[in-house]
Design a protein around this ligand. Structure first.
Ligand code: ASP
Length: 495
């Protein structure tokens, strides 16, 4: 008897994504049409905005009863949407800290060789820094060639600034807290004084340090004492990965919900007005993802284009829909190890560190945004200033937390360094979420690429034939006896 294979998770996510965009766009266009007014609802967005406003409108006795019911239904759906979306994001955030901690501690400890840790660490950080600098240079070049901010309408600029003033002020305020700190303090802050506080606050850079320290110390104490702890960290990593699988059940619905919410809110007119800016960012990101990374892989590893993208597409898709490379990390690790063939040792070091410090997409975006803002204000950036952007955007991207919307906060540091007006942030804020989704996919792709390069240099990258054999063996073994392998099979269900 043939059993029908279940639809693979990433196809379900893709369906959620497409449906979310379609429904979001439909709602967006309905709001601007007179349909709602025809219903007597007037400004539906006020019903959707929040309980107080809705109640106030009802009390004011404005719209008729039917219209109230329609708007009430719409509000309920919106709340439900936001609930599902937030539940999913909470689930992913729940996972992010423990997985960094356990996988790094177990990974470093199992390397069992302090020189190997140092070697892999040095290679990883060096490649991360070089690719980030390349990404910013691509962003700067694209923006200088396309000139998205040239001739930007002044009235429109003033309008956008007025609309987004409050939001932008919060972002600038957040960044200024960081900028007020001395460089020594910033460096010192990477090393936590209280590991539990670091975890509770979700300070991932500090958690990386805690994980590394635990791992290194485990290799330095007597083996019989280290063994049970390593087994514990290993076991906990498996447990967290299992929790990821559970959380991911919600992914297709959550992706739908998050996208409907964002796209319904997104001013399509705004998108048109900022079209050249958005196109420049997306063009730069596409170049990075589809040309630079595969090019580096071709030069330094035997991994072919198709194999690379086929292996990591679930992680890219999740990064796109969650806008968080930290939250995507467990899936990234799974793809890199089980589908791309990078050894566990390299994966458990390179990916957690990469998710925290390597943000090529964010850095590229910051480069484009800085040039766009300069052009919009008719300011010319000298070569020296552009070099300053390369330097500060590299640092800013390292400091960017791997959660949605932080890239634009750190942009303040870049603008400040070259003396660009901070209110420029208000102009681009409206399209930030959509660009965040794109840059996060690039951030994650960069981590995967570096993992393959480092693994290959350590002779720890499985060949394409080996991977075929492994997957075939997994399929033959079946799922039930090996529940952990369900992840790979879920993603590969269409094979
Ligand atoms: N959302 C991005 C990430 O998690 C960071 C950012 O650019 O805002 O990778």
């Amino acid at each position: 008897m043939t059993t029908r294979k279940k639809l693979a998770l990433h196809w379900k996510i893709l369906i959620g994504l497409v449906l979310g965009i379609v429904v979001g766009l439909t709602i967006n266009s309905m709001w601007t049409e007179s349909t709602w007014e025809g219903l007597g609802v007037g400004d539906v967005s006020s019903y959707l905005a929040g309980p107080t406003t809705a109640k106030e409108s009802m009390v004011a006795g404005g719209p008729n009863e039917d219209a109230g019911a329609v708007a009430g239904g719409a509000k309920f759906l919106r709340n439900l949407n936001q609930f599902v979306g937030s539940l999913f994001m909470n689930g992913l955030r729940f996972i992010a800290v423990p997985i960094v901690l356990f996988s790094l501690a177990a990974g470093v400890a199992s390397l069992n060789d302090i020189t190997k840790v140092g070697r892999i660490g040095a290679k990883t950080v060096a490649i991360y820094l070089v690719t980030t600098a390349v990404a910013i240079s691509i962003g700067l070049t694209a923006a200088n060639l396309i000139d998205p901010g040239e001739g930007f309408d002044e009235g429109l600029r003033a309008n956008l600034i007025a609309q987004q003033e409050a939001n932008a002020a919060t972002k600038v305020g957040n960044a200024e807290v960081q900028m007020d700190r001395d460089t020594w303090d910033v460096l010192l802050d990477i090393f936590p004084s209280n590991p539990f506080q670091a975890m509770a606050e979700g300070n991932t850079l500090q958690v990386v340090v805690v994980g590394l320290l635990l791992g290194v110390a485990l290799t330095l104490i007597p083996k019989e004492k280290a063994k049970p702890l390593i087994a514990f960290f290993d076991g906990m990593t498996e447990v967290i990965i299992k929790i990821v699988e559970i959380v991911l059940i919600l992914a297709p619905y959550a992706v739908f919900a998050l996208l409907v919410d964002k796209i319904a809110d997104l001013g399509l007119d705004l998108l048109k007005q900022l079209a050249w800016y958005s196109v420049t960012v997306v063009f730069g990101l596409a170049l990075m993802m589809f040309v630079v990374y595969p090019g580096v892989l071709r030069m330094l590893t035997p991994v072919k284009y198709g194999r690379f993208f086929k292996a990591i597409s679930p992680a890219q898709l999740l990064a796109f829909s969650s806008s968080s490379s930290g939250a995507t990390m467990p899936v990234t690790m799974d793809c890199v190890e089980k589908r791309l063939g990078v050894s566990e040792d390299v994966t458990s070091f390179v990916i957690p560190v990469g998710a925290t410090i390597n943000m090529d997409g964010t850095a590229l975006y910051q480069g484009v945004a800085a040039v766009f803002i300069a052009q919009m204000y008719g300011m010319d950036l000298s070569i020296g200033q552009q070099l300053t952007i390369v330097l500060t955007a590299t640092l800013a991207s390292i400091g960017t937390a791997a959660v949605p919307g932080v890239g634009i906060v750190m942009l303040v540091i870049v603008l400040e360094a070259v003396g660009l007006p901070l209110e420029g942030i208000a102009v681009i804020l409206g399209v930030d979420r959509i660009l965040d989704m794109c840059r996060t996919s690039v951030n994650v792709t960069g981590d995967c690429m570096v993992a393959a390069v480092v693994a290959n240099s350590e002779n720890e990258l499985a060949s394409a034939d080996e991977m075929e054999a492994r997957l075939a063996a997994e399929e033959a073994t079946g799922l039930d006896e090996h529940p952990h392998e369900a992840t790979a099979d879920q993603y590969d269900g269409e094979r």
